[in-house]
Design a protein around this ligand. Structure first.
Ligand code: NAG
Ligand code: NAG
Ligand code: NAG
Ligand code: NAG
Ligand code: NAG
Ligand code: NAG
Ligand code: NAG
Ligand code: NAG
Ligand code: NAG
Length: 893
């Protein structure tokens, strides 16, 4: 038997323990777990033979099965050893204990096989403390009626401690008892590593074992005695208050050499010759020495004197190593040699030898552990691998997690959590925010409800979030959209993006048609009154207006449903001085882009409203009068799908236009995939198309005077933080009188590729030119092809499309970035619409009002697929299609 200490004779315990009825108070800090205690038994209970208060293990582990030792062995076994928990499933199963961080614990694991499974297969498996290997338990050497005990002195690094059983072969790990005993914090201290019990003897020929309650720390002391020793004893109590609290029963006996002139010597062979050890030698003089007597001896380790001692009468002295020792060839020699002056031979009371166990693996960042356990509890996850340390050892990494544990000096951290398709219910767990190093979060394809939580935006390390295919509701929080702008990849179901904007107004329009019409009429009156002139605000370049709108704290409803705001109030607020412009742009600190007219700067009004400030260069302006007229007009054109002019500056030479900031830049940018690589989903694209169409419809038919945009293109469709699309750049727009036949412009303007060929030919400008351009935008949206690409077989997108359609292959037409994630019925319908808009003959094109209706229908099958269970407005498609061709009055919104 290589380590006799490990074989605890269970029968002996019963024989030699007197029955102590200890009070529970004495066991302060003790953790005594009776593994596999039947649920029908009372827990906790006081074990009759030891007086220890045992608890069932059911609160400390979620896995495993209950076993019971063979009946024939029960009579000689302690109660706590009679049952056990075994683990046929999973590789690693862990007990999770609540401990006090920094406390020095004596931890003990006891196994008694007792042929519980009737197989007489003596198991062999490993024990781990947290992420670190502790010991291999091999019961092959143990008699069936005996158990095996492993002890370690360990200081937990957090308030929770995992003790794991790891299957290493074919046999099934099991555990009978798990115990933790707090020790004095200044005893059994090491430089590094933990102390695994190798020997703990008291020198007595009584053939007994001493433990709790004699030992307040419940160390197990076995008696040992050699024939060449002589026993000396006392009945008196000793003063044992030196921290180690050696039990009185231990201190009452001591061994001296039988030959008084010989040394007292011990030899121990280590399991492994290179083991480092710590020794603890306890002495207490049991004889009352006369004046002419003395007991003094040298303590020799490996032949060298390490200490000279005169034990004190009835008072414990503990001599111990403060650093680790080694033994030559694994053979440890201890000798106590009386000194010349000593009249009495050396004496020894008790000896403890520990080997050092290095536990080098750092455990996962405690906050992460607490957080992931909290998430586990929140969702009631019961995965077999979700036990013990989440990240380490790497081979036991919890499935669904990824960790950063690259170097040995920093704590492993959880960097990825994938709980996709776990049938999770409830809300997005708040505990997730405590995983502060999380980069990737995938909760897709579950049954999660509630809103998309804002806290995700505060998780700085997050790069990727997938919440799609859940039953979440509401919109994406502004802060999260801002993060998305900064590169976060956010994957959510389409409806969260389509937020209030158009979706809501559709409903409103249906519900309150009378009210809207009334609003529109009054708007018309106001516009007619205030409209001054037609002006050209010339610029060749499309604006690179990047930003979006009125800050998040300006409720959209303000702008949208009132149509046109009270001009007198508005105008007053909307004129800014040049110094205010300088202030709002922080001295023109952050340019957003440059157009032919000047530079656009990012700005901030009152620290909250983000704006884009176009500073007009002298050369670009057509003259003060035109500028003023344009401002007057733009200030009065309000529609949720038109970029709003917040104000202007008109001070001497300084002319500036202040627009709402569109934080998600433009449609083209998103289609290009440059926006942090995230792909606009099909439903999102359709929603953007609907928004843009509504904006154009308003220009064409809703505002007075009506207008032709003249430069509709994907870079002029800007996206706000909620991905609501707004038409920008009225620089080329021309207002014209309703009913006036002379829609004639002498300058051909616009962007190649988007330009209505008829307009190009005739120079006649009409709404239908915008419809053509819009059709091109739709084609871009579907295909993500360049509008003009000379390297293509057919360079113009309409020709290319006709060419491809003849081959009837929708998959080659579609934007490959969509990866087939679209409703083909919806796509075909959109495609048909796009082609009819881009019809070379303007008479064959639909009006923007028809485009809006048609697009909404394209959108609805998409939404109805996604929101089967939500009663959003998927049913509205039917009602809308009934109003087709009725030429509903577009509403200012
Ligand atoms: C771990 O134990 C603590 C207390 O004993 C308990 O609150 C927690 O839920 C347990 N965690 C797991 C994952 O079992
Ligand atoms: C040990 O515990 C005592 C009180 O119990 C405390 O005052 C002391 O600071 C502790 N020492 C260490 C090293 O933790
Ligand atoms: C035991 O010894 C310590 C000092 O070594 C002393 O402070 C204490 O009072 C003694 N206890 C008793 C019960 O004599
Ligand atoms: C007692 O020990 C001494 C010193 O080791 C030795 O010389 C002597 O022979 C021993 N006596 C007996 C009877 O063994
Ligand atoms: C010590 O003194 C006692 C008498 O007081 C005597 O019997 C004994 O032999 C002495 N022992 C030694 C070692 O001198
Ligand atoms: C040993 O004995 C000698 C003489 O008897 C004495 O001088 C010396 O101090 C003693 N040493 C010790 C350590 O008691
Ligand atoms: C792991 O952390 C280190 C430093 O803490 C960092 O340099 C490295 O990029 C991280 N690796 C991963 C995969 O996150
Ligand atoms: C969601 O719950 C329903 C029943 O409540 C179930 O049929 C469905 O499979 C669940 N979906 C997922 C993804 O777990
Ligand atoms: C996150 O951790 C902190 C402290 O570590 C704790 O107070 C808080 O309750 C935790 N939050 C959640 C949602 O678990």
């Amino acid at each position: 038997m290589e380590s006799p200490h490990a074989v605890l004779l269970v029968a002996l315990i019963v024989t030699f323990f007197i029955i102590y009825l200890a009070q529970a108070e004495d066991q302060e800090g003790f953790i005594s777990v009776d593994c596999g205690l039947s649920p029908s038994e009372v827990s906790p209970y006081i074990e009759p033979d030891t007086g220890l208060r045992f608890s069932s293990d059911s609160g400390f582990i979620q896995s495993g099965k209950i076993g019971r030792i063979d009946k024939s062995l029960e009579a000689m076994s302690l109660k706590s050893y009679m049952t056990l928990r075994y683990f046929p499933d999973g590789i690693r199963n862990c007990y999770n204990l609540s401990v006090k961080q920094g406390t020095n614990y004596l931890m003990r694991a006891t196994v008694q096989y007792g042929n519980y499974d009737g197989l007489k297969i003596y198991p062999k498996f490993d024990l781990y403390i947290g992420a670190n290997f502790w010991v291999t338990l091999d019961l092959g050497d143990v008699d069936i009626e005996n158990g095996m005990v492993e002890e370690i002195i360990y200081i937990p690094r957090s308030n929770s401690l995992d003790v794991c059983l790891v299957k290493t072969g074919s046999s099934t790990p099991f555990l009978s008892v798990l115990e933790l005993r707090p020790l004095a914090n200044d005893t059994y201290i090491t430089d590094s590593g933990s102390l695994k019990n190798f020997r703990r003897y008291f020198l007595s020929n009584s053939d007994s074992i001493i433990a709790y309650p004699e030992d307040p720390h419940d160390r197990i002391w076995e008696s040992t005695f050699e024939p060449e020793w002589k026993q000396i004893s006392t009945t008196l109590e000793a003063n044992n208050s030196n921290g180690f609290l050696v039990p009185q029963d231990v201190l009452k006996n001591a061994a001296i050499p039988a030959n008084a002139s010989a040394p007292l010597s011990f030899t121990e062979e280590l399991d492994s010759p290179n083991d480092e050890i710590y020794i603890y030698l306890h002495f207490s003089e049991v004889q009352s020495l006369r004046a002419n007597e003395s007991r003094e001896f040298d303590i020799l380790w490996g032949g060298e004197v390490i200490y000279k001692l005169r034990p004190k009468y009835l008072k414990t002295t503990t001599v111990y190593s403060t650093g680790s020792l080694t033994c030559q060839g694994g053979e440890c020699h201890l000798e106590l040699k009386r000194t010349k002056n000593s009249t009495l031979p050396p004496l020894l009371t008790a000896i403890e030898i520990y080997t050092v166990v290095k536990l080098p693996q750092l455990e996962t960042n405690e906050n992460d552990v607490v957080a992931i356990k909290d998430i586990k509890a929140t969702y009631g996850l019961n995965r077999i691998t979700w036990q013990g340390d989440p990240c380490v050892p790497q081979k036991f990494l919890w499935d669904g997690l990824d960790c950063n544990s690259t170097d040995t000096f920093t704590l492993p951290k959880i960097t990825s959590l994938n709980l996709s398709s776990n049938s999770l219910t409830g809300t997005v767990a708040a505990g997730i925010q405590n995983l502060t190093h999380l980069e990737k979060l995938d909760l897709s394809n579950n049954n999660l409800t509630g809103g998309i939580p804002e806290f995700l935006a505060n998780m700085k390390s997050l790069l990727f979030i997938n919440l799609s295919k859940n039953n979440l509701n509401g919109s994406i929080p502004q802060a999260l959209l801002n993060r998305e702008k900064e590169g976060l990849k956010l994957s959510v179901d389409g409806e969260h993006r389509c937020f209030s904007g158009s979706c809501v107004s559709v409903t409103n329009k249906k519900k309150f048609p009378v009210m809207i019409v009334a609003l529109v009429s009054s708007a018309v009156v106001v516009i007619v009154v205030v409209l001054v002139l037609i002006f050209v605000f010339k610029k060749k370049k499309p604006s690179n207006l990047e930003a979006v709108p009125p800050s998040s704290n300006t409720p959209r409803a303000n702008v949208t449903h009132t149509g046109i705001s009270d001009t007198s109030i508005e105008t007053k607020k909307k004129k800014f001085s040049y110094s205010e412009v300088i202030k709002m742009t922080k001295n023109l600190q952050r340019p957003l882009g440059e157009g032919g007219f000047g530079v656009v700067y990012h700005g901030n009004i009152n620290g909250s409203l983000q704006v884009a400030v176009k500073l007009l260069s002298q050369s670009s302006t057509q003259g003060y009068k035109e500028f003023k007229a344009e401002v007057e007009l733009l200030l009065r054109v309000h529609h949720i799908n038109l970029v709003n002019l917040v104000g202007y500056c008109d001070e001497g030479d300084h002319l500036a236009l202040i627009y709402e900031y569109m934080s998600n830049r433009d449609l083209k940018h998103h289609l290009s995939g440059k926006h942090s690589g995230s792909v606009l989903k099909w439903s999102t694209r359709l929603q953007i198309a609907v928004d843009a169409a509504l904006g154009l419809e308003y220009l064409h038919a809703g505002c007075q005077p009506t207008m032709v945009h003249r430069d509709v293109k994907s870079t002029n469709i800007l996206l706000d933080e909620r991905f609501t699309a707004k038409i920008a750049d009225f620089g080329l727009s021309r207002s014209f009188q309703f009913g006036d036949e002379s829609h004639v412009s002498t300058v051909v303007a616009g962007t190649p590729g988007y330009l209505d060929p008829e307009y190009y030919r005739t120079g006649r400008l009409a709404e239908m030119s915008d419809v053509y351009s819009f059709g091109i935008v739709l084609l871009e949206m579907i295909t993500n092809q360049r509008v003009i690409d000379q390297s293509r077989e057919k360079s113009h997108i309409t020709d290319w499309m006709a060419f491809m359609l003849n081959r009837g292959d929708i998959t080659r037409i579609m934007d490959p970035n969509l990866q087939g994630d679209y409703n083909s019925r919806s796509v075909w319908r959109t495609l048909e619409l796009a082609m009819s808009c881009a019809n070379p003959s303007s008479e064959k094109r639909p009006s923007m009002s028809q485009v809006v209706i048609e697009l909404k229908e394209c959108l609805s099958p998409e939404n109805s697929v996604r929101n089967k269970n939500q009663d959003m407005d998927s049913h509205s498609s039917l009602e809308l299609s009934m109003s087709f061709d009725t030429k509903a009055v577009p509403s200012a919104r």
